[in-house]
Design a protein around this ligand. Sequence first.
Ligand code: ATP
Length: 369
Amino acid sequence: MRSSIFFAFFAKFLYNFSMAASKTRLSARFVARRARQAYKIATLGSHSALQILKGARDEGFGTICVATSDRVSLYKRFKFIDNIYEIPKFSHFPKIENKLIADSAIIIPHGSFVAYLGIEKNKKMKVAYFGNKKVLDWEADRLKQREWMQKAHVPVPRRFSKHSKINRPVIVKSYGASGGHGYFFAKNQKEFEVRIKNFRARDFIIQEYVIGVPLYIHYFYSPLSKTLEILSIDKRYETNVDSLGRIPSQNQQGLGIEPSFVVVGNSPLALRESLLVEAFAMGERVVATSKDLFAGGIWGPFCLETIITPQQKFSVIEISCRIVAGTNLFINGSPYASLYYNKEVSTGRRIAIEIKEAIRTGKLKKILN
Ligand code: ATP
C-alpha cells in the first residue's frame, strides 16, 4: 500500500517534471535519465546479483546490493554496485525494507529469494518488486506446474500416481528438492519399492526418467512489447550423472554407484537451429496459458528446464519463473541476445532495459508488484 502511494506520488512528480521539461525544451532523453536516476535497482547478494546489478548500471541505474556480513567483501570489489546494505542473515531482509522504499528501489528477485526468504516473505514484500508474485504459488507446487504445462500443450514426462503402474525407469522428486538434491532414480518398479523405504520426503512425485540431453532455455517475456525472446541457453553439469560415462559400465558393476543430480556448474549451448521453432512456440504457449491461469500471467525472465530425446522432442521437467543461475554465463551477452540487440545484453541487463522502457512510457506499474 505504502509503495503504491509512493509510486502514485512519484508518477505525478515525473509527469509535472516532464511538463516542465517540455516547456523549457529539455529533451525527452534528459527526462528519462532523471527518472532512471530516481529509481535504484536492488537485489540480494547471492545467485545472479552481480549480473543483475552490472546490467542495471549499464542501463544507467543506481544499484543496491543487500548482502549478509560474510559476503560484503565480495560485493565491495565491484564498482558498479553503489550501495551495500549489510544484514546479518538473509532472513533479516524485511528489516531494511523501509530503507529500500525510501531509496525508490526496485527489487529484482532471483533464485535465492524463495530459497532464503520463502514464498510468504516474498509475497509480503512492500518494496517495488519486478515480476508477478502470483506466479509463486504456481511455481512452488509441482502438480500445479504440471497442470500449467499441460494446459499449454507443453510435453512433460509421464507421471505415476500409483507405484503399481511403474513400467519404466523413474526419478522420484521431493517437493522441496533443489539444486539436484532430494531425488532418487529407480530403473523399475521393484527397485522403486526398495528405495522408497529409505526416502524421507513426505511429498514427492514419481516421474518417468527421460533419457536425453538436459537443456535449459532462458526466456524473457516483455509485457510492454508483448514479445518473447530467447536470451540464452545452458546445460548443467551434474555430479555424478554426467561423469558416469567416464567409467565403462562393465567396470561399474559391483561398485553400487547411484546416479545423483547435484549441480556443479553450467555450460553454454547453442541449440540446433531447427529446434528453435518449437523452443519459441513452447515459451509462447506457456506465457499465453499463464494469463488464463492467474491475473497478469508471467512476465520477465523465466526458464524451461527441458530434456531433448533422441527423437528431438522436448520434455519439460520444470519451469523456473525468474532469472536462473545459468544466465550468469552470459554477462557479456549471448549468441541469441545479440540477434536482438547491438550491445551485450544479459538477462540482468534485459530486466533493466524493460524497467527503463516502462519509466519512459509511464507504464512502471504494469511490470511491478
Ligand atoms: P533447480 O530447482 O535448481 O532447477 P531441481 O532440484 O528442482 O533444481 P530439476 O531441474 O527438477 O532440479 O532436476 C535436477 C536434475 O535431475 C536435472 O537437471 C536432470 O538432470 C535430472 N532430471 C530431473 N527430472 C528428470 C526426468 N524426468 N528425466 C531425466 N532426468 C531428470
